[in-house]
Design a protein. Sequence first.
Length: 570
Amino acid sequence: MNNKMLESGNSSENFPSKPKNFIREIIDEDMKTNKWGGRVHTRFPPEPNGYLHIGHAKSICLNFGIANDYNGKFNLRFDDTNPSKEEQEYVDSIIEDIRWLGADFEDRILFASDYFEQMYEWAVKLIKKGKAYVDDLSADQIRGLRGTLTEAGKESPFRNRTVEENLDLFERMRKGEFENGEKVLRAKIDMASPNINLRDPVMYRIVHSEHHRQGTKWCIYPTYDWAHGLEDSIEGITHSICTLEFENHRPLYDWFLDELGIYHPQQIEFARLNLSYTVMSKRKLLRLVQEKYVDGWDDPRMPTVSAFRRRGYTPEAIINFTDIVGVAKRDAMTDIALLEYAIRDDLNKHAQRVMAVLDPLKIVITNYPAGAVEELEAINNPEDPSMGSRKIPFSNEIYIEKSDFMENPPKGFHRLVPGGEVRLRYAYIIKCEEVIKNDKGETIELRCTFDADTKSGTGTSNKKVKGTIHWVSAKHALNAEVRLYDRLFTVEEPDADKEKDFIELLNPDSLKIIPKAMIEPSLKSSRPGDRFQFERLGYFCVDYKNSSDEKLVFNRTVTLKDSWVKSNKK
């Protein structure tokens, strides 16, 4: 069995034309005025310091969806400006995730590091204009002089170095003559500016660390604020779409571009995606991985795209979710139940129905011939008749869920009880005649009879019962491991309590492993990534990480309905 199976998204199928939003209205107006010569060119600029999460997926869907609808171009550009935190593993995972979503960047896989020489030359240009200087202050000292929202900052004692001295020091910084943190290059703007981002921001810092692409060629690296607008300019981006936290940085990007006199893209900000019962900070997600609270970046409890893929989410469902959330100008919390709804809605249409028993209770049907096997017809998906049907074996020994039998049931319990009847899905009506218990008084087996005239679909009896339960033939069932994943945190906003470590809010029941579930034999040929609805139990996916030819492992994708709110209000 393959360790991993990935389906590729298709841009034309996954990204139908989207409804209007304020960003599209801006672009419509730009097209009318021919502002960019009829061009639309967007980009997604991830930092390769972690795996993509659902917030990034929203940005990808937005940027590619716009480019796709306006017959434009979409770039994948890595902002690889911090070698101490970046790895090739992250680059590879990001490319894989974007392709899986179906966003087509064609051959445009670009890197900020490819522009380092140009950025350096532009920095020299600002130094020569007297608009940048080398500062000897430490990071803490620079922060201490920066000021506050109500108090102006103070100038560095090195701010008025001559152009010649700054050029010499900056070149020596590049040659590696100084240690980490010994010097930085800062823009010379306005230490009294009401926008703190304009108070002489750092443009370059010294980092003696090997770069995943450039090796040891460079020991000075551009800050994100310096590189961001320059990269968009170099690539001819028309609409630089960013999340709201970059709104106050826009004047700085404008200042750099205007001072250099180079191509100036238009930046537009939108609200980032915040999802309940999870965290979206890469730093916090990295901690979960490094301290082994989860099984890697693709642990199905994580909010990463690779985790969603492993859990059985579909690209179409994620894209539909981002459409439902929409594009707003103000940050808000999105209920994770909305994401789960989008997953259910998609899988309900496409996932094959099968039967599995997670907590088996054996039933012996005493009046059914021992050793006889009957092939029954089961519908694969009533939502899609084209999926056809399959044969499932029936015999005198079956398994049902323990929870589908109660000796002293509450009112409204329409499943199996002593002396009661229930229908077996796609099979017969059975009646519980005897309850077998062990020495501890625990029910270990039921003896039942079946009514041959009640065969599903072809029976001659008009007998009706209120309950229908799922089952598997004991002689034919396959053993499988089933992993029941739930929400990662116990509270809606794990980041809200600043006094408490978010680790303390982890849900101890976010993973329950069932080592010996019983599944119908048709699942023997299932492959990693295959998705199913286990009737009455939820949607499940074959885990590509832990499954093998000898062992099938299923991850629960999502329950059949949202029971979280109800269960947590008891």
